[in-house]
Write a protein that binds this ligand. Structure first.
Ligand code: SF4
Length: 352
């Protein structure tokens, strides 16, 4: 892998005030992240609720509305960008073929990590902390070795494919608060280019995009029908259910997506992707909202606060329908021009 030419000079992009605000938010989120990490270890009962039942349920909505904001403040992104900001990254360039491979690996990671929540992560603070340590180490090593966001935020991060799927038509585009100046670290840059203008994905990226877009609605449906394992170490049967059901239902919607894509006119492909993205996020909140308040199909799983004695069942149904209507409107009916997640900073300019 070739080393990037460092005989360039960055051009400032953010105004001082704006830079200060984003840096403050990044540091704040980083400290909150560290606090959450410590809570997972020392107060695991609170930690798993805060992580899995507060932070994670908010994330898809944020990706939908303002993916660029999350990418500016995500604590794992800050970990990955530490070597860049403090100037000790080796800044190697990742070849295109490896960018494609990372795209596929990140989707596979997502489809492996999420079922593991049922086996251990959802109810075990230490296991969640260990998983975060693993992902944080990958992010840091990626940032240490490779330029800007190429290895983690736009590469291996298992959340990145979901950002790409949900964040197709964001409502707010902030400045890119991490890059400083654009090193062209990935081509095309997922932060800076409107999803409608993204060149057709190539080979493995195409496979990764197809796998996630087509498979996610079924995967989510299957995932919500698997109970959490609460008996300590999971047996083979529990592993088979935790992975087998979401993967089986993933295949069902994936096949439907591939067939529809094959038979629909080419100019309907973008709409088909939006329909599947809307179906995925709708399915997620359709099951997640009731479970947060104790009305889940597996009542003891995923509870934030048990409101079964105070909140009438019909109010849950109203929330579910409202969310689905909102996602349908946002992704399929809203006639906004597709925009990028973040404003690309000026390209680096060569020193004379
Ligand atoms: S803006 Fe430039 S440096 Fe930042 S992630 Fe995109 S391509 Fe990389």
């Amino acid at each position: 892998m070739s080393k990037i030419d460092l005989t360039f000079q960055a051009t400032a992009v953010l105004g001082d005030n704006e830079r200060r605000i984003w840096r403050t938010l990044q540091v704040l989120l980083f400290i909150i992240g560290l606090g959450l990490f410590a809570t997972l270890i020392f107060f695991p009962d609170i930690g798993v609720v805060a992580f899995w039942n507060v932070l994670i349920p908010v994330a898809p909505l944020l990706f939908l509305v303002a993916a660029g904001v999350w990418r500016n403040i995500c604590p794992l992104a800050s970990v990955a960008m530490l070597p860049h900001h403090f100037n000790f990254s080796k800044r190697q360039r990742i070849p295109i073929k490896w960018q494609n491979r990372l795209a596929l690996i990140s989707v596979v990671l997502f489809f492996v990590i999420v079922p593991a929540r049922h086996l251990a992560l959802n109810n075990d603070g230490l296991a969640t902390a260990a998983a975060l340590t693993f992902l944080g180490s990958l992010a840091f090593i990626g940032g240490l070795q490779f330029d800007v966001k190429s290895a983690w935020c736009s590469g291996l991060c298992p959340v990145h494919p979901v950002e790409k799927l949900y964040g197709q038509n964001v409502g707010y585009t902030p400045a890119n608060a991490h890059c400083g100046a654009c090193h062209n670290c990935v081509i095309p840059c997922p932060d800076s280019i409107s999803k409608a203008d993204t060149p057709k994905p190539r080979s493995l990226q195409d496979l990764a995009t197809t796998l996630l877009t087509g498979g996610l609605p079924g995967f989510i449906w299957g995932w919500f029908h698997v109970p959490d394992c609460r008996s300590g170490i999971a047996g083979w049967g529990e592993c088979l259910t935790a992975f087998g059901l979401p993967w089986a239902t993933l295949v069902v919607t994936l096949v439907a997506y591939i067939l529809l894509r094959k038979f629909l006119p080419k100019n309907r492909e973008t709409m088909l992707t939006s329909v599947f993205a809307a179906a995925s996020i709708s399915c997620y909140y359709w099951y997640r909202i009731p479970s947060l308040f104790g009305y889940g199909i597996i009542p003891q799983d995923g509870i934030l606060v048990d409101l079964t004695q105070t909140l009438p069942l019909w109010s849950i149904a109203v929330m579910q329908v409202s969310f689905v209507a909102f996602f349908g409107w946002w992704m399929l009916l809203r006639n906004n021009k597709p925009v990028a997640w973040a404003v690309r900073p000026p390209f680096l300019v060569k020193k004379k």
